[in-house]
Design a protein. Structure first.
Length: 198
């Protein structure tokens, strides 16, 4: 059975959501993590090399980092299509958006939050205002990141957008509000939220 190393109210919630969408059996192992406020500690049983979440064990496979886990699960478990496979249309776009959250969006938004000046060429991400513009423009003419098809990219990016808007770190726009309303209305999202209340 899949074991997800999870900390409530953290990035690993996205993987709980994805597992609920897929409907595959899994168990969570709640682990302590180091928090921004200085609380918490690294759990030795957590296989993530930095003691972060998410991390996942599935048989002989250990996978860590959210985007890698999302790709692994959406490729392996096809009980429900949560992303295109290699050779299928939109595979490249799917991979790009999965990488966008940790590689571009989160660093940009956090850099703005902590008032780190963006330097073109020195940083692998774009300025936060530019990132917000890209996201709004992309979602203005489609329901989901891959058009009319909900995918793991929406869980990874959309879940983060939802959190960042609630934390007032991303501007609320009509496009973003409508998008977040669509994705958070899904039953699997509500199961993820209930999971963290246990």
């Amino acid at each position: 059975m899949i074991t997800l190393f999870h900390a409530p109210m953290s990035r690993s919630g996205s993987i709980v959501w994805l597992l609920e969408e897929l409907g595959v059996p899994y168990q969570t192992k709640i682990v302590d993590i180091r928090r921004a406020d200085g609380s918490g500690a690294r759990a030795m049983e957590n296989p993530h090399p930095h003691g972060k979440v998410p991390a996942l064990i599935d048989g002989e496979d250990t996978v860590f980092e959210g985007s890698a886990i999302a790709l692994y699960l959406s490729d392996k478990y096809r009980t429900k299509t949560m992303g295109p496979l290699t050779g299928q249309p939109q595979r490249g776009e799917y991979l790009s958006w999965l990488a966008y959250r940790p590689g571009v969006m989160e660093p940009a938004i956090l850099a703005r939050r902590f008032e780190i000046k963006h330097v073109y060429g020195a940083m692998g991400w774009a300025p936060a205002d530019e990132v917000e513009e890209v996201l709004n423009n992309h979602l203005a003419s489609r329901n989901y990141f891959l058009g009319d098809t909900f995918s793991a990219a929406d869980i990874m990016l959309g879940g983060s957008i939802n959190f960042l808007m609630m934390a007032k770190m991303v501007k609320e726009t009509p496009v973003m509000l409508a998008y977040v309303a669509r994705i958070t209305a899904r039953p699997a999202f509500h199961k993820m939220m209930e999971h963290d209340k246990r």
